[in-house]
Design a protein around this ligand. Structure first.
Ligand SMILES: NC(=O)c1ccc[n+]([C@@H]2O[C@H](COP(=O)([O-])OP(=O)(O)OC[C@H]3O[C@@H](n4cnc5c(N)ncnc54)[C@H](O)[C@@H]3O)[C@@H](O)[C@H]2O)c1
Ligand SMILES: Cc1cc2c(cc1C)N(C[C@H](O)[C@H](O)[C@H](O)COP(=O)(O)O)c1[nH]c(=O)[nH]c(=O)c1N2
Length: 173
């Protein structure tokens, strides 16, 4: 008789190091995710962003619950995903490091559209979103967001994070 191995019988042996090394080769666009509202202004760098559905237009953002910005995003209830251009790696480092919120926002120009979340004026794309559902998985919350406005530049190359370094999309081709 054929033995069927269920998932439950497979020992989980994936170390954090193996996981991160594997994830480091998934090339990803770099985004600065921002919010503003009753809980104040905040922003962080995120590569864990992806398309969910075109009806309703939605995307997801994975946010570590231990990030200093976590409560601010949950209370404000909306956010903007600002996808960076290939020359904006300094902004990625600012929003990804342990810098104050004032420092993070000081070096770029911002505007607002529908939700009040800050739109980065020089971004490749701005996705203005309402946060719908939040799903907790391990250390992160998956923020499932309904897109209420899109502003997109006509041209420009996107900043890519690959093997723990920045490059641009043209270099990958
Ligand atoms: N999804 C995330 O939360 C995420 C993604 C990228 C980088 N970072 C953070 O940025 C810093 C530098 O990262 P790095 O790429 O130079 O090296 P790294 O070895 O920490 O990460 C390698 C890859 O693993 C994934 N990753 C890292 N931390 C994660 C986490 N806590 N949860 C889920 N996936 C994670 C990402 O895809 C990342 O590119 C670290 O502090 C890292 O935690 C976090
Ligand atoms: C390239 C890159 C990509 C990501 C990150 C960092 C960097 C450099 N960080 C980490 C996140 O930006 C960082 O934890 C916060 O900005 C730190 O905030 P506090 O210091 O807690 O305010 C991050 N965090 C997260 O919750 N989800 C994500 O997708 C990513 N992606």
């Amino acid at each position: 008789m054929l033995a069927v191995k269920t998932l439950d019988s497979i020992p989980v042996e994936v170390s954090r190091e193996a996981f991160r090394n594997a994830m480091s080769v998934l090339a990803a666009a770099v985004n600065v995710v921002t919010t503003d509202g009753p809980a104040g202004r905040a922003g962080f760098t995120a590569t864990a962003v992806c398309s969910v559905s075109d009806e309703p237009p939605s995307l997801l953002v994975c946010l570590n619950r231990s990030a200093s910005v976590y409560d601010t995003f949950c209370t404000n209830g909306h956010l903007c995903v600002n996808t960076l251009t290939s020359d904006q790696h300094a902004l990625s480092n600012l929003f990804g490091g342990k810098t104050s919120m004032a420092e993070r926002f000081a070096t770029a120009d911002w505007s607002t559209e529908f939700t009040g979340a800050p739109l980065l004026n020089d971004a490749l794309i701005n996705f203005d979103c309402r946060i719908g559902n939040r799903v907790s998985v391990g250390s992160h919350d998956i923020l499932i967001c309904e897109i209420v406005g899109i502003r997109q530049r006509e041209s420009g190359d996107s900043l890519i994070y690959f093997q723990r370094n920045y490059c641009n999309a043209q270099q990958l081709m």
